[in-house]
Each structure stands twice: as C-alpha cells, then as structure tokens.
Design a protein around this ligand. Structure first.
Ligand code: CA
Ligand code: CA
Length: 234
C-alpha cells in the first residue's frame, strides 16, 4: 500500500472496519496466563522470588543445596543464577521425601505448574508430581517423570485446568515426591518453578459489565465520528 505525500490513504479504510477491529481487540484482550508464584532460586533460598507462596521440604537439611541454574522456564527476565539441588543423602534417606509449594489460587482458574529439571545418573529417577485441594491430602497427577541429565530447552509442564477444585482455591498446594536415588550425592536440580493461571481480571472472557461499558464506549466513539464525518460533508 502506498501513501500520498499528504499521508492520506489511496483508499480510505472503512470506518466501520476500524470500529469492528477496535471492539475485537478490546474483547479478546489478555488471553495470556498470569504468574501467581515463581521460584528462581537465584538467591539460594526456598523463599518465593515473585508473587506469593511457601515452599517447604522434608529432605535432610544437609541435602538441600543450590547449584548452577538455567534460563529454561525463566520469567520476567530472570537470569539462570542458581537452581535448587536435592541429594539422595546418606543411605538414600531422601527417597520418598518431597518439596511442597503452597500457593493460593484465589482469583485464578486454569492452573498450570511448570519447572526446569535435570538429574544425575544416581539421582532421583522416579519423581511424582502431586496437587492438593486442601494443603493436606495430595493426589498423584500424571505418571512419575524421569529428569533428563541436562536442563535442556523445554520445561516440564503440568496443565491442571481440568482440576476445577484448584481454581480460586486459597488452600491449593503442589508437591514433587522424589524416588530412585542410588547414591548419597546423586542429585536433581529444579529451577524456575512457575505457578500460573488465568486471572479473573484479564481472562479471555471479560466481566459482563466491563465488556458492555467498553463496547458501548467504543460504539459511542464510532457514532461521534460518523456524525463528525457527516457534518463535514455538508
Ligand atoms: Ca535460577
Ligand atoms: Ca528465593
């Protein structure tokens, strides 16, 4: 398409089309998920790094370490920094133990949990992801996973949209149970744990009132423009 020197389009775009596009953009806005809680472990602790949540573990404290991390699944521009590194421990004492992250999903639906992970050859090779609706009873979700030996480019993603009890739930919690370590220093790293969902404020379906206000506002704008155009044609 070419513009004349006075920047008038060679063919005017129908104003109705502009209005339709504006309304479409307004009503289909913000289909993206919002992060609720993120652990990037870059400060070598279990405290949440963005958002709100609490991460705990029943591992022997000596076997909860931190080592080089990854940008895989990193959010908000987080650098690779450090990752959580969990060891088998003396006598593989940590087999069957877990990390648990409690994250209120109040105001969110379509919950998704993801993280990057890797494991050594004698690390935990059978790890079970679980969720909880009350923070007390945990339910297996998907079969156990075996981490690759390097973080790689693709995180593990657990899409929990079908678990409606996790929607808008202040007691929601998630757990990884580690099993299969065969040496005390065998270890798994975890980095960039992200709990995200669709917020009520930015969902694919706007709240009826705000959508109506938006559309009526745009409609009013379009009517004003039509009146203006008509009056200037006289
Ligand atoms: Ca990190
Ligand atoms: Ca932290």
């Amino acid at each position: 398409m070419f513009l004349r020197p006075n920047f008038r389009l060679t063919r005017p775009i129908p104003f109705n089309l502009i209005c339709a596009v504006l309304i479409f953009v307004a009503t289909s806005q913000a289909a993206n998920a919002d992060e609720i809680a993120i652990w990037n472990f870059n400060d070598s602790d279990l405290n949440v790094d963005h958002g709100s949540g609490t991460l705990t573990s029943n591992f022997n404290v000596a076997n909860v370490l931190f080592a080089a991390g990854t940008t895989t699944n990193a959010r908000l521009g987080d650098p690779a920094g450090q990752a959580l590194s969990l060891q088998g421990g003396t006598g593989n004492a940590n087999n069957g133990r877990n990390i648990t992250f409690a994250v209120s999903t109040a105001g969110f639906t379509n919950i998704v949990v993801s993280f990057a992970t890797q494991g050594t050859s004698t690390g935990f090779n059978s790890n079970q992801f679980q969720y909880s609706l009350d923070g007390v009873s945990f339910v297996d979700f998907n079969p156990p996973f075996t981490p690759a030996t390097a973080f790689g480019a693709v995180p593990l993603v657990f899409s929990l949209a079908a678990i409606v009890g996790l929607n808008n739930n202040p007691n929601a919690a998630f757990r990884i149970v580690f099993n299969g370590a065969t040496s005390s220093t065998g270890n798994n790293r975890i980095d960039n744990i992200v709990v995200e969902g669709t917020s009520a404020a930015s969902g694919t379906i706007p709240e009826p009132t705000s959508a109506l206000l938006l559309i009526s506002g745009l409609g009013g704008f379009c009517r004003i423009k039509r009146r203006y155009t008509k009056s200037h044609k006289r």
